[in-house]
Design a protein around this ligand. Structure first.
Ligand code: SAH
Ligand code: SF4
Length: 348
């Protein structure tokens, strides 16, 4: 959305302002208005002259904004927002308040083309990428409604690294000190494992934390759960992570969705440790969250504990992720934005 002012970094706004024959510093007013004052209507930006505002409008520039269709709040404090985009597509965002931080889980695509069989988003048809402006506005709209966000996770609907440019641009905008100023160490991208994009990320001047959804220790099992494995087998994926670490020195998180009797045995845990040997990492275990039409169930408590203990015994830093927002279908892998699931998975 070329004419959407929310979709531009401060640098890009400066170029635009100069190209319209105005003073460069005025871009800062625009950027602040949009990102720190919930500005949506150019007419309300009184620090810019009327003539300049009229000029912007004349050239077709505007500030996009998401329409909030529905907000659901869980007893545990989490909230799910259903948004409608300008072309009437829909997507969801989840607020996860904890004691010392307020994390927002943002979407990067409408639907997801990756088709992981344990994920509700993977069951709906992929519609399109979100723009940087649409990603940024998820934060702005929720902040306006519910107050300051401290942490961001790119773990909502979609595969962030398949929408690479918009995702990186949204991070540049959200991290900028003249705008929301969300610390780069407080931003995490989660990917199903697009190996070349992981290598590309290593060369960026601005780098968020990286989480990789693994969920199986062998290609045979992983390709049944996550079809991306056919394209980027584990060896290739982990080679990309190795290169990423060699260049950045940054630790990564591996996420592992625990599905009852599918990938949650002690043998699986041991294979995982072996597979990841030599990397700097921690593991985040996520109990599989149910959704209608999915034959899987989350692992039992004892199986989760045993899996976690096996990793810890091997010296792996392991956390079990809290299961927030389950009652409002806002937990990991439950986002469908009201779209109809397509054909059922082969497994059922
Ligand atoms: N597409 C990206 C980010 C969104 S998914 C990715 O796959 O990493 C965010 C996390 O939710 C991933 O770790 C994914 O494995 C996990 N997930 C997907 N479906 C789930 C489910 N039904 N229950 C629990 N976690 C799930
Ligand atoms: Fe897409 Fe992530 Fe869900 Fe897989 S787990 S279908 S990559 S959103």
């Amino acid at each position: 959305m070329e004419k959407d002012l929310r979709d531009r970094t401060l640098d890009e706004l400066e170029k635009l302002v100069v190209s319209l024959g105005q003073k460069k510093y005025l871009a800062g007013y625009l950027f602040k208005f949009i990102h720190t004052q919930h500005g949506r209507d150019l007419a309300a930006l009184s620090t810019l002259s009327k003539a300049f505002r009229a000029q912007l409008v004349e050239h077709g520039h505007f500030i996009s904004h998401l329409k909030t269709i529905d907000t659901l709040t869980d007893a545990d404090g989490s909230a799910k927002y259903l948004f409608e985009l300008a072309d009437r597509e829909r997507m969801e965002t989840v607020l996860l308040p904890e004691e010392d931080r307020r994390t927002l889980c943002v979407s990067t695509q409408v639907g997801c083309p990756m088709g992981c069989v344990f994920c509700a988003t993977g069951r709906i048809q992929f519609r399109r990428n979100l723009t940087a402006g649409e990603i940024v506005d998820q934060v702005d709209t929720v902040e306006e409604h519910a107050g300051r966000i401290t942490n961001l996770v790119y773990m909502g609907m979609g595969e962030p690294l398949l929408n690479y440019d918009a995702v990186l641009k949204s991070i540049r905008i959200l991290n900028h000190s003249a705008g929301k100023n969300i610390g780069i160490r407080h931003i995490t991208i989660s990917t199903s494992g697009i190996a070349p994009a992981i290598e590309r990320l290593a060369d960026e001047e601005i780098r968020p934390r990286l989480a990789i959804s693994l969920s199986a220790p062998t290609d045979a099992l992983r390709s049944k759960l996550m079809p991306v494995t056919h394209k980027y087998p584990l060896a290739e994926l982990l080679e990309a992570v190795r290169k990423y670490q060699a260049r950045t020195g940054q630790r990564v998180t591996f996420e592992y969705v625990l599905i009852d009797e599918v990938n949650d045995s002690v043998t699986h845990a041991r294979l995982l440790v072996k597979l990841l040997r030599g990397l700097m990492y921690n593991v985040n275990l996520i109990e599989h969250n149910p959704f209608s039409g999915c034959a899987f169930t989350g692992s039992s408590r004892p199986r989760i504990q045993r899996f976690a203990a096996t990793l810890k015994d091997a010296g792996v830093e392991t956390t079990i992720r809290l299961r927030l927002g389950q009652r409002i279908k806002a937990a990991c892998g439950q986002l469908q934005a009201g779209y109809d699931p397509r054909a059922q998975s082969k497994r059922e």
